[in-house]
Design a binder for this molecule. Structure first.
Ligand code: PMP
Length: 460
């Protein structure tokens, strides 16, 4: 542990002087000073001022088993002592990578039985881009290079993964997307559904995939990628008609389906994987975050028998990372999966804690500022609106009201994030009912305060 004897202001000054933060306006943060987190236990964070903060986001959607599990620390220390590193290049392997690959093959649905290890969600999606293009090459259809993805999807921050993602602000910085990645619209009925019913809209948005395949030329399309539930895009839950239609279309044209399970995987939706909750049958799953509950970085691409057979039959797949299958990360992942399984964490989410949270979360829709309240398993969102019947957006620039609400949450020691004018939660799966009650008290208080502020500032 790194001891701290410095006061907060001094830490903030050092942070401002030397530390560049991800997804941050540096000058603005440096002026204000970052909140400095010093320790955590369960769902609770402690900052350098001694505040106890309820983490409604499980870190960055990753702390599935909660903070402070000694078992993971012990396993990491033991593995570091025995074999802190060896690579899996050059015809070598090691026990943690073998054991974790076997375990993931057991847990993953259907014929997803083969694992390529990566260091994060982003580089797992980079692996996927290279792997699906190589797959079609080996199958002697090298013209199949195009990957179809969705606007407002999020697949990571590397050049490849950010290209797959549909975040226009990210594309603007650095000339993205890379060639042969194209996007279709997202299934966000609340904001974009117009006069259609959710069911009609779900079908229409899925059928954009077929239109895009025909526009590009079916012989050029390699794969479609989507998050079962869009996370960073605002916890957008597609209407029920959406995924079955996507599944029909990818089958019809014989293209690969990649489910990006970086958030949805490892219990977040009440099953091991989001595709099981939503009835999706992917050829490849991207996983990270909950794989290790965020205790150590690791990602993976879990692929079907067919994909592995083709890749293995081809020439050397010229791709890999120094830390692919890192033994310490693999040992920590295995221990995390053991806890998820043996403590019955996912079963408890499905049968008890997610239904409890759902009832509370949906009750927020009686708040004057809350339109739809959506939740699947342990990921939820509310759309803020000045007019529920019209599903109207605020007159202020998108994100203004969300940011005001987020600031109130911050002041009330609740981590709840905003995406535009949607508020989102994704707490540790181990949260108790009493902690959910506390989360709801703080969320409602924050909404009330934001509502008063917005009215006072003439933004209503
Ligand atoms: N895919 C999805 C669905 C994600 O939510 C994220 C991260 N939020 C990523 C990929 C990228 O993962 P990482 O930040 O570990 O690179």
């Amino acid at each position: 542990m790194i001891e701290n004897h410095l006061p907060t202001a001094e830490l903030q000054a050092l942070d401002a002087a030397h530390h560049m933060h991800p997804f941050t306006d540096g000058d603005a943060l440096n002026k204000k000073g970052a909140r400095i987190i010093t320790r955590a236990k369960g769902v609770w964070l402690t900052d350098s001022e001694g505040n106890e903060i309820l983490d409604g986001m499980a870190g960055l959607w990753c702390m599935n088993i909660g903070y402070g599990r000694e078992e993971l620390a012990e396993v990491a220390a033991r593995q570091m002592r025995q074999l802190p590193f060896y690579n899996t290049f050059f015809q070598t392997s090691h026990i943690p990578a073998i054991a974790l690959a076997k375990k993931l093959a057991e847990l993953a649905p259907g014929n997803l039985n083969h694992v390529f290890f990566n260091g994060s969600g982003s580089d797992s999606n980079d692996t996927n881009i290279r792997m699906v293009r190589h797959y079609w090459n080996v199958k002697e259809q090298p013209e199949r290079t195009v990957i179809i993805s969705r606007w407002n999807g999020y697949h990571g921050s590397t050049i490849g993964a950010a290209s797959l993602g549909g975040m226009k602000g990210m594309h603007k910085q650095g000339g993205l997307p890379i060639p042969d990645i194209v996007h279709i619209d997202q299934p966000d009925w609340w904001s974009e559904g117009g006069d259609m019913t959710p069911e009609e809209f779900g079908l229409a948005r899925a059928q954009e995939l077929e239109a895009k395949i025909l526009e590009v030329g079916p012989e050029k399309v390699a794969a479609f990628i989507g998050e079962p539930i869009q996370g960073a895009g605002g916890v957008i839950v597609a209407p029920e008609t959406y995924w079955p239609e996507i599944q029909r279309i990818v089958k019809k044209y014989g293209i690969l389906l990649i489910a990006d399970e970086v958030i949805c995987g490892f219990g977040r939706t009440g099953n091991w994987f989001g595709c099981q909750t939503l009835g999706i049958e992917p050829d490849i799953m991207t996983v990270a975050k909950g794989l290790t509950s965020g205790y150590i970085p690791m990602g993976a691409s879990i692929v079907s028998d067919e994909v592995a057979k083709v890749i293995n039959a081809g020439d050397e797949f010229a791709h890999g990372y120094t830390y692919s299958g890192h033994p310490v990360a693999a040992a920590v992942a295995l221990e995390n999966l053991r806890i998820l399984e043996e403590d019955g964490v996912i079963d408890r989410v499905r049968s008890e804690i997610a239904p409890y949270l759902k009832a509370k979360w949906e009750s927020l829709s009686d708040h004057p500022m809350v339109g739809e309240a959506k939740i699947v398993g342990m990921m939820g969102s509310i759309a803020l609106t000045p007019n529920k019947a019209k599903r109207a957006a605020f007159a202020a620039k998108s994100g203004t009201i969300g940011l005001i609400t987020r600031e109130r949450c911050f002041a009330n020691n609740l981590v709840m994030r905003h995406v535009g004018d949607r508020m989102i939660i994704s707490p540790p799966l181990t949260i108790t009912k009493a902690e959910i009650d506390e989360l709801m008290v703080r969320a409602r208080k924050s909404l009330d305060e934001a509502y008063e502020k917005i009215k006072a500032e003439g933004l209503w």
